[in-house]
Design a protein around this ligand. Structure first.
Ligand code: NI
Ligand code: MN
Length: 226
C-alpha cells in the first residue's frame, strides 16, 4: 500500500484506490514547507483528535478536496460550525462501513482541545480494513493496555505509531506497542517537528531492528510502499 508522508502525523494512504488523508498539519510545519498543499487530493480526511498539530489544515483541505471528514462527534460538530458539512461523526468502540472499507475508532490516551479551549471530544486512533488490507493508526497516545485489543480485529499489514516521546509514546514504548498490536512493521510519526520531540533516527531504527521489527522513517514528501 502506498503511503505519502507530509510530515509530523500527516500522511495519505492509497487504500484500494481510495485516498485517505490523516491529520493534516502542513502549512504551520517548517519541515514540510516544500509540500504544495493546494495539490493534495483526498477522498476522505480522518482526524484522530483536536490538537492543532493534527487539524491545522483540515478546514482548508476539506473545502479544497470535498473529502468526507471522519472523526469523533465533537470534532465533526466543530467543523460543521466552520462550514464543513461533509462530516461523519464516530465515537470510541464504534465501526462503520464506508465505500472503501471499515473504519473503527479506538482508544488513545491523550487530550483533545484547541488552544482557545474549544472542547473537541476524546482522542482516538483508527483501524482501517477491507477484505484485503488492514492497518492501525494510533493517533497521539501513550502506550496503553487497550492496544492488546487491536489484533482481535484481525492481522495488521502495518501500523502507524507516534515515536517522538514527550507528548506521546517514545521509541521503547512504541516497541512494546508493536508487541501488543502484534505487528512488526511500523511507520513512525510525530517526531522531529518541535524541539521536545527530536529523535536520533539511527538509534530508533536500530532499537526496532534489535527487537526483530522494522521501523520506517519516511522522508517528508516521499511515498513508501508498506
Ligand atoms: Ni495531540
Ligand atoms: Mn500531536
Amino acid at each position: 500500500m502506498n503511503i505519502t508522508y507530509y510530515g509530523h502525523s500527516c500522511f495519505l494512504v492509497e487504500f484500494s484506490g481510495t485516498k485517505l488523508l490523516f491529520d493534516p498539519f502542513i502549512t504551520p510545519n517548517d519541515l514540510a514547507k516544500d509540500i504544495d498543499v493546494s495539490a493534495i487530493e483526498a477522498d476522505y480526511i480522518l482526524l484522530s483528535h483536536g490538537h492543532a498539530d493534527h487539524v491545522a489544515d483540515a478546514i482548508q483541505l476539506a473545502k479544497q478536496t470535498g473529502a468526507k471528514v471522519v472523526s469523533n462527534y465533537e470534532i465533526i460538530q466543530w467543523l460543521g460550525r466552520e462550514g464543513i458539512e461533509n462530516g461523519h461523526p464516530m465515537n470510541h468502540g464504534g465501526a462503520f462501513n464506508f465505500d472503501f472499507g471499515k473504519v473503527r475508532y479506538v482508544n488513545a490516551v491523550h487530550s483533545s482541545a484547541l488552544d482557545d479551549g474549544t472542547y473537541l471530544g476524546n482522542p482516538g486512533g483508527f483501524i482501517v480494513s477491507n477484505n484485503q488490507h488492514r492497518f492501525y493508526y494510533a493517533g497521539d497516545t501513550a502506550l496503553t493496555m487497550d492496544m492488546q485489543l487491536i489484533p482481535r480485529y484481525g492481522k495488521l499489514d502495518f501500523a502507524i505509531l507516534p515515536i517522538g516521546d514527550n507528548f506521546t509514546m517514545g521509541i521503547d514504548d512504541a516497541i512494546t506497542a508493536s508487541d501488543f498490536i502484534q505487528c512488526n512493521k511500523v511507520l513512525g510519526v510525530h517526531y522531529d517537528t518541535f524541539g521536545y520531540i527530536k529523535i536520533d533516527h539511527q538509534d530508533a531504527t536500530e532499537k526496532f531492528k534489535q527487537a526483530g521489527k522494522e521501523l520506517v522513517l519516511a522522508e517528508i514528501g516521499s511515498t513508501v510502499d508498506l
